[in-house]
Design a protein around this ligand. Structure first.
Ligand code: SF4
Length: 375
């Protein structure tokens, strides 16, 4: 089994319908009267077509299809910690879709919080999600095809982090990212996945990369199986992506393409090698980044400001610096110039420059980078 379909006709609506119909149709998971949560990736305040967020056009088609089945779609999301989800949803065009189709849109950061026990979780024993997630009969996971500086790729499995409101997302980073993503997907298991591969993102994802025109929709029932196919399409090996491999070890789907039922366009006719995030990190010569499972909020804000320093010609002042970021960092006292990013690293503040915040705002990072550059 493990069906996955790829469509690239150049018409978004047609591609979504093709991909869904090839795997058996939306009515295999949705019945009349169901409440259906449509969960896009709206991680920050970005426009449709940027490759950073799910395109509102994709969500619009899905919402219309759900309505046609006599079910009630709801669009819901919690953006990365530190962003105002409501603003992000507005900029993304999701509010416009909700208005046009007269459907509810829920900012999970404003929703009623509900505690959910995870008795069999590997690292998570309980999480806080929201009422809308709990009360949905069906979850449609609608990620966008992107690279990610912490996890290699971010697709359907990782998109489920958005069912955790506000700071609850950081819990996964403290508990263990790979295991946490698996626990989350085993608890809030999407019923169907529709990947927006119209415009993807390569390089410093999830938000500082370069858009890649792909013109694809990929659909399947298992997030892990769909992610494995998408990772292949992006020119990477799913066995090299830790959270995909971990989800596979827990039996959440299939990782081996040979064991899947593939429909529509063959992978080799649509694949395009995405520039990996780690390669771009190496462009900051003379700077070491020790990442201990940092959230993307912290990582991308730091990388954004390092990039600005590079553009402004200030990057050489930071040579021989070691940046520490994330809850699991190992401090090496032998390093020459230590810069600790985010409140997770506060305990080491006395050993170098500490950049406060969770995540630290851009202006605080810039001030501290300037300070580090003069030392
Ligand atoms: S300081 Fe950064 S890495 Fe630590 S929890 Fe906050 S956002 Fe995440």
């Amino acid at each position: 089994m493990h069906p996955v379909a790829i469509s690239n006709t150049g018409n978004i609506e047609q591609d979504i319908m093709n991909a869904i119909n090839e795997i058996g149709g939306l009515d295999t998971v949705i019945s009349k009267g169901d409440v259906v949560l449509c969960k896009p990736n709206v991680q920050g305040s970005f426009s449709p077509g940027s490759g950073i967020i799910t395109d509102a056009k994709v969500v619009h088609v899905v919402v219309k299809m759900v309505k046609k089945l006599g079910a009630t779609p709801i669009i819901g999301e919690s953006s990365v910690y530190g962003r105002v989800t409501e603003d992000c949803l507005h900029v993304s065009g999701m509010y416009e879709v909700a208005k046009k189709e007269s459907v509810r849109i829920v900012d999970f950061d404003q929703d009623e919080v509900v505690k959910v026990p995870i008795p069999n979780g590997t690292v998570l024993k309980e999480v806080r999600t929201v009422k809308t997630v709990i009360e949905s009969d069906v979850i449609i996971d609608i990620p966008v095809m992107k690279t990610h500086v912490a996890t290699g790729v971010t697709l359907a499995l990782k998109n489920m982090k958005g069912v955790l409101p506000r700071r609850e997302k950081a819990k996964i980073h403290f508990a263990g990212l790979e295991e946490g993503i698996t626990d989350l997907n085993a608890t809030f298991t999407p019923d169907i996945v529709i990947v927006d591969g119209i415009v993807g993102l390569e390089g410093l994802g999830p938000s500082r990369g370069t858009p890649v025109d792909m013109g694809l929709i990929v659909a399947g029932f298992e997030p892990l199986t769909v992610d494995s196919v998408c990772t292949k399409i992006m020119g990477m090996d799913p066995n090299e992506i830790k959270h995909i491999k971990h989800a596979y070890s827990k039996g959440l789907g299939e990782i081996d393409i040979d064991n899947m039922e593939l429909y529509g366009k063959p992978i080799e006719t649509v694949e395009k090698t995405f520039k990996e995030p780690w390669l771009q990190l190496k462009e900051f010569k003379g700077i070491e980044l020790l990442n201990g499972n940092a959230c993307s909020g912290c990582l991308t804000e730091l990388l954004r400001n390092l990039e600005y320093a590079k553009i402004d010609g200030r990057i050489d002042d930071l040579k021989n610096s070691t940046f520490y970021i994330g809850p699991d960092i190992q401090f090496d006292e032998k390093c020459e110039k230590n810069i600790f990013v985010g409140n997770c690293c506060k305990k080491f503040a006395e050993f170098g420059i500490f950049i406060e915040g969770c995540p630290p705002p851009g202006y605080v990072i810039r001030e501290k980078l300037d300070e580090a550059g003069t030392k």
